[in-house]
Design a protein around this ligand. Sequence first.
Ligand SMILES: [Zn+2]
Length: 334
Amino acid sequence: MSSTNPTFRPDTGRDAGRSAPAPTSNPAVAYSRLPAPAATECAWCGHLFDGGDEYRPGRIKCARCGVGTTSPWPSDEQLGAAYAVWYRPQGGRFSGLGDKILARTRSTLASKLDRVLPAGPVLDVGAGDGTLVGAFRSRGREAIGVDPYYQGDSPHIRAVELEEMTGSWSAVVFWHSLEHVRRPVRSLRHAATLVAPGGMLVVAVPNAASIQARLFSDQWLALDLPRHLVHITPDALLSQLEDLGFTIERVSYLRGGQVLFGWLHGLVRQLPGRPDLYDAIRRSEAQQEAQSPVRRLYALTAGVVAFPVGLIGTAIELATKSGGSIYVQARRKG
Ligand SMILES: [Zn+2]
């Protein structure tokens, strides 16, 4: 993101009076300078921001519920641009091994859920390229995905919003998708109406209250502005699911994935030149900015060197139940 539009309006007030932003490699700071209106209310609980909230580059943390809302609040056009082809190219995002690992973890998730769900179809919200839907179907379970940005031709994935779906489902899964929607609580409420008695809501999101989120702050991998519109905490998520009449059956701070990688990416970002490990492991057509071979090698080498520290960070997060992602299974009373 390299918007240097001189007509930008800073959203915090702290930068007021500055005529043009200095170039920055910090995505959160760059985003906070986009010419889009600042968020005026919490995307999670609807609280109107009144100055008592915590303003940070690229997002505002709600004083009432503790959830962060991306600010400026991107237009549909800006979001569309942020999901351009490089984000998820046809040929896969990562080098061969990375995409294989991704398919393997979806397959594990599908088989674990398949064992604990009642009979009936599964709805995958934010289905992406359909890996999870495919994993369920290969186990003989009916599964449908929704993804408003879907452009492929699978008959099992529909390019619609969740709110357009009806029916009765054994589970509705939000696998790293709830943080991408404009009204996440409304989406959860609608999803709750679709779950059959005894069925489940399954949610994995980045944990905005994790140690890595606090430590790396604006450089945290899972801040992912502007695609992540809300920055959710375990407290907010669990209490919302309970309010919807669901019983929390399982909470994990590792299952949501990305915990160790979040540490490695954050550690590597601290080095001179701000090397980008996430871009370095992506195929060249899936990189946000083209990376020279030297810069890529620098990031990968730094990632290897940071590995032991990343492992320690991950272990501490798991021990203190504050890992970089949160995974929840909540069951509707049957
Ligand atoms: Zn709030």
